[in-house]
Design a protein around this ligand. Structure first.
Ligand SMILES: Cc1[nH+]cc(COP(=O)(O)O)c(CN[C@@H](CCC(=O)O)C(=O)O)c1O
Length: 396
């Protein structure tokens, strides 16, 4: 068990008492992390295959990131983007240096949903159009603009018409005929994840993404790839689009972008950026020097440690081990790199709970039937073996 029933945590009580109530809180208080391991307030360790929903791909508290944040915190933490800053400039250079060719203009912000909001506004000004095509099972964020691209009705319905559902056509992920029918001369952009994450860990086919690239060019629409979860080595490449040989007109980025600090971006072609009126968008915290320092350290560490190759190799290893589990409860093991989903023939929640409480492994859901594993690319083979053995035990 993780909670301390005799001496309930004062931190747990306080957080549950004052929180907004939107989250289904675990009964454990995590206080420290290093690499692929986190510890709760009672000193129990866990192998973390959630890492903040795919944020700490570089591992918790990477020493380079910690050092960079400590130094920048003592130098300059706050400077709005109207005023240039050395760290921000350095991060932009590092980021554009790893982005696909041509994506060399960047709107910096603070979360994935904000990046998607920016993408929506830039697409409208770049094309003069306001219709969009998004994907069934797609997840683009929770703000009202991003929510219009997010498929799952339970996320949209409580907000009624405040969510613009009228100007978005949803197509079945992977269905070429639906895609071709939906993209027209009124379409501003097609929005899609190269691998659907929250929607069940579903890699796209190369054919589907390549057709999205072709048809958007033909119709004068933008292709915007949502790499908020797939970006920054998660799938075995720096960006998942590299697996498919496709360069989009824009790419939303967040999660693993800056060493765990709340940072995001909409990266785009100059032709897209140049059509936004000056002052047409903005953010207070975006591009703050503290996050930028973490981002510079993180991107350099990813390159130096060959993190994409680590994710590719360890992801293949982990999926092989998961596929070797002989269990009638498993329908399919799928994914790309270290973005892994195990679809069960029954609800996954009890097994995810047992992994945490009985086995000391953190994993998460991606739709009610899928167990999602998002380990950090610094995870060891031994830790992977422990995770797989634990999963086999909870299934049996
Ligand atoms: C592909 C994708 N796009 C956009 C977002 C929104 O990013 P942000 O505003 O920084 O949360 C997320 C969050 N993905 C997590 C959902 C979080 C939630 O439930 O809300 C996830 O995959 O679990 C994505 O995975």
């Amino acid at each position: 068990m993780t909670g301390n029933e005799q001496n309930p945590s004062k931190w747990l009580a306080a957080e549950k008492k004052y929180d907004s109530g939107v989250y289904n809180k675990h009964d454990v208080v995590m206080v420290r992390g290093q690499g692929a391991t986190v510890w709760d307030e009672n000193g129990r360790s866990y192998i973390d295959c959630v890492v903040g929903y795919g944020v700490a791909t570089l591992g918790h508290s990477h020493p380079d990131v910690v050092k960079a944040v400590q130094e920048q915190a003592g130098k300059l933490m706050v400077m709005p983007q109207t005023v240039p800053n050395d760290k921000r400039a350095e991060f932009l250079q590092e980021l554009v240096g790893v982005l696909p060719q041509g994506l060399d203009r960047v709107f910096l912000c603070n979360s994935g949903t904000e990046a998607m909001e920016a993408a929506k506004k830039f697409a409208i000004t770049a094309t003069g159009r306001s219709r969009f095509v998004s994907m069934k099972r797609g997840f683009s964020g929770r703000s009202l603009g991003a929510l219009s691209f997010t498929w799952e009705p339970k996320y949209r319905e409580p907000f009624g018409d405040a969510v613009d559902n009228k100007s978005v056509d949803f197509v079945t992920y992977g269905n070429l005929d639906e895609l071709r029918a939906a993209v027209t001369e009124q379409t501003a952009a097609v929005i899609m994840e190269p691998v659907q994450g929250e929607g069940g860990v579903r890699p796209a086919s190369a054919e589907f993404i390549q057709e999205a690239r072709r048809i958007t060019r033909e119709k004068g629409a933008l292709l915007i790839l949502d790499e908020i979860q797939t970006g920054f080595c998660r799938t075995g490449k720096m960006f998942a689009c590299e697996h498919f040989g496709v360069i989009p007109d824009g790419m939303t980025l967040a999660k693993a972008i800056a060493g765990g600090t709340p940072t995001a971006a909409f990266a785009m072609m100059s032709e897209v950026a140049d059509r936004m009126p000056a002052g047409g968008h903005g953010t207070t915290f975006g591009g703050n020097p503290l996050s930028m320092a973490a981002g510079v350290a993180s991107l350099r560490a990813m390159k130096r440690e060959g993190l994409a190759e680590q994710a590719r190799e360890k992801g293949a290893y982990m999926m092989d081990k998961l596929r070797a589990i002989q269990s009638p409860k498993i329908r399919e093991v799928r994914g790309l790199g270290l973005m892994i989903g195990v679809e069960l023939k029954e609800k996954s929640a009890p097994y995810i709970h047992a992994m945490e409480h009985d086995e000391g492994v953190l994993c998460l859901a991606a739709t009610p039937l899928v167990v999602r594993f998002l380990p950090p690319a610094v995870i060891s083979k031994e830790q992977i073996d422990q995770v797989v053995a634990a999963f086999e035990r909870v299934l049996n």
